[in-house]
Design a protein around this ligand. Structure first.
Ligand code: NAD
Ligand code: DAU
Length: 335
């Protein structure tokens, strides 16, 4: 397949791009604005492949989108491009609104103009929090943060293009991803790097919030599967095999890194913090997808990856991320 992968320089988008080029022989054009979270080095492994090309630009810019389509002549658009950190959406929601609402609209219009299949990468957060049981694709949308509300808005716009214009759209909603190349603002890489540096490990509130963890390679596989086998107009959830309380995840990272339990510090809770996510994946499993990586094994491999790939995170941890950390946590990181 010839694919336009928007947001393909980020954590999951680059995992997907590497997987499609290396394992499926697809032709991939990445369109990415390269925000703080977009890293061209995430695509280093495939950068020299003749079946791969990179275009820098924003999805809300119709000229950039037209140029990327001209460059790659895609048969389908897969849209990962998003602002993805809930804490940043609470502090500064602007970019979340423009990328998710306007950006998705521009891509849908381009898909309509060129008759392309369109897959929107979405999140379990659009369903809100669930105390017991698990969300299915039929669960009502009840997002809690500016991040999840704007993602839900984008999903609704995508579905309107199927119903109104007959555009062949698909939506794939994932649970919490982890693995190599994840920007260290997110729980797992933040805790790994802080643990390795002797920084404190800031747990929000009581730390008993539960997340449903999926390895990024499994989520990327689910997206490829839905793109190839999904029914246009449908939504598919892809959740990981394991649910864990944040405190369990942090204690396991302490063990795996050889850090001290005394580094763990309970800090002020996130406003509007969702207590638990849980996602049923029966619909995508019925298409033949299964997650391969169990959390225990995947977390250990992830800790090893961060230990061994200082080239990747050192420029981040010594750059703008330090100022972000000070604003968010009210303290500095160790040099
Ligand atoms: P990320 O923050 O690592 O990467 C986002 C990428 O999008 C970056 O490369 C960034 O430069 C690019 N981007 C941002 N705004 C853009 C714009 N306006 N135009 C073009 N490019 C832009 O994100 P991620 O964790 O890889 O998430 C990718 C997608 O998966 C998002 O849509 C997110 O909502 C969804 N998702 C993430 C998770 C998770 O746990 N990380 C779980 C489920 C779904
Ligand atoms: O569920 C899918 C979503 O998962 C994605 O759509 C989002 O893009 C992604 O960021 C993620 O959202 P979360 O808010 O669940 O992830 P985050 O890594 O920010 O936090 C995970 C949990 O850990 C959450 O309960 C908040 C808590 N946490 C997080 C940070 C950064 C802490 O206790 N301390 C922290 O410093």
């Amino acid at each position: 397949m010839r694919l336009l992968v928007c947001g393909g320089a980020g954590f999951i988008g680059s995992t997907f791009a590497r997987q499609r080029v290396s394992e499926h022989g697809d032709d991939v054009t990445v369109l990415d604005k390269l925000t703080y979270a977009g890293r061209e080095e995430n695509l280093r492994e495939i950068a020299e492949e003749p079946r791969f090309r990179f275009v820098r630009g924003a999805i809300e810019d119709p000229d950039a989108v037209a140029a990327a389509i001209e460059t790659g002549s895609p048969e389908a658009i897969v849209n990962f491009a998003a602002e993805t950190h809930v804490d940043r959406s609470i502090a500064e929601p602007d970019a979340f609104v423009s990328t998710h609402a306007l950006g998705t609209y521009v891509l849908l219009e381009a898909a309509r103009e060129h008759s392309l299949r369109y897959l929107q990468v979405s999140t379990d957060e659009v369903y809100g929090s669930i105390e017991q049981g698990t969300f299915t694709e039929q669960s009502p949308l009840a997002p809690s943060s500016p991040y999840s509300a704007t993602k839900a808005g984008a999903d609704l716009l995508v579905q309107s293009y199927f119903h109104t214009y007959g555009l062949p759209t698909l939506i794939c909603r994932g649970s919490n991803n982890y693995g190599p190349y994840q920007y260290p603002e997110k729980l797992i890489p933040l805790m790994i790097l802080n643990a390795l540096h002797g920084d404190s490990l800031p747990v929000y509130g009581d730390g008993m919030q539960v997340r449903n963890w999926i390895h990024a390679s499994d989520f990327a596989g689910a997206i490829g599967h839905v793109l190839g086998h999904g029914q246009p107009g449908e939504v598919y959830n892809a959740g990981g095999p394991d649910e864990e309380a944040n405190m369990t995840v942090v204690s396991r990272i302490v063990e795996l890194t050889g850090a001290q339990e005394s580094q763990v510090e309970h800090v002020s809770d996130r406003p509007g913090h969702d207590r638990r996510y849980s996602l049923s994946s029966e619909k995508v499993r019925a298409l033949g997808w299964v997650p391969r990586v169990r959390f225990d094994e995947g977390l250990e491999q992830t800790v090893t990856w961060y230990r061994e790939n200082t080239w990747w995170w050192e420029p981040i941890r010594s750059g703008d991320y330090r100022a972000y950390y000070e604003r968010q946590y009210g303290r500095s990181l160790q040099p």
